[in-house]
Design a protein around this ligand. Structure first.
Ligand SMILES: [Zn+2]
Length: 183
């Protein structure tokens, strides 16, 4: 009789230990999954508009996608807004966020549209860019995170900044109230 009780006890004990191991293992694995998503979130910048790269690919032309989403650069002196002198607002070609006013556009001689200030400090986001063995400040659209260009410290007064922006990253909203009546 005693023999049976020991046997039953042993079986119960083994089952109990097995269950314990199993649940602690599960906890461990869920925790590590949670940890990794947390780190991913921390490394990835949060933007108001978060589309997948597939969605962007469908919405943008291949040329726009290359610059806006893959941080490419259009050839100097080829962009559609390089020589644009009309009055209006330059917006993000990907999301329509207002970025630069024609009032701050100037002739920099670089071959890309240049501005000495964004519409507001919240319209763009600056991040460190260490590609090509240089340290540059990359300019992103603060709303959708798309690549716009770079900012340099050789601009004119009053800021001394040169926001060097790809035409293809921009759309232009002409200010019809100013352009015709002013002439
Ligand atoms: Zn945008």
């Amino acid at each position: 009789m005693k023999k049976y009780i020991y046997l039953i006890l042993a079986v119960v004990l083994i089952t109990f230990i097995a269950m314990l191991n199993d649940s602690s293992l599960k906890n461990e694995s869920t925790r590590s999954v949670q940890d990794s998503t947390k780190t991913k979130k921390e490394n990835k910048m949060e933007f108001q508009i978060n589309k997948s790269e597939d969605e962007w690919k469908k919405e943008l032309t291949p040329e726009q996608y290359k610059v806006l989403r893959e941080k490419g650069t259009e050839r100097a002196f080829t962009g559609k807004f390089y020589k644009n002198k009309e009055t209006g607002i330059y917006v993000c070609a990907a999301c329509g966020n207002e970025l630069f006013s024609s009032d701050t556009k100037y002739e920099s001689g670089s071959g890309w549209p240049s501005y000495w200030k964004p519409v507001s400090e919240h319209s763009v986001k600056l991040v460190d860019d260490y590609t090509f063995g240089m340290h540059r400040k990359e300019v992103l659209c603060a709303r959708c995170g798309s690549h716009l260009g770079h900012v340099f410290d050789d601009g004119p007064d009053p800021t001394g900044k040169r926001y060097c922006i790809n035409s293809i990253s921009l759309d232009f909203k002409k200010d019809s109230t100013k352009s015709d009546s002013g002439k």
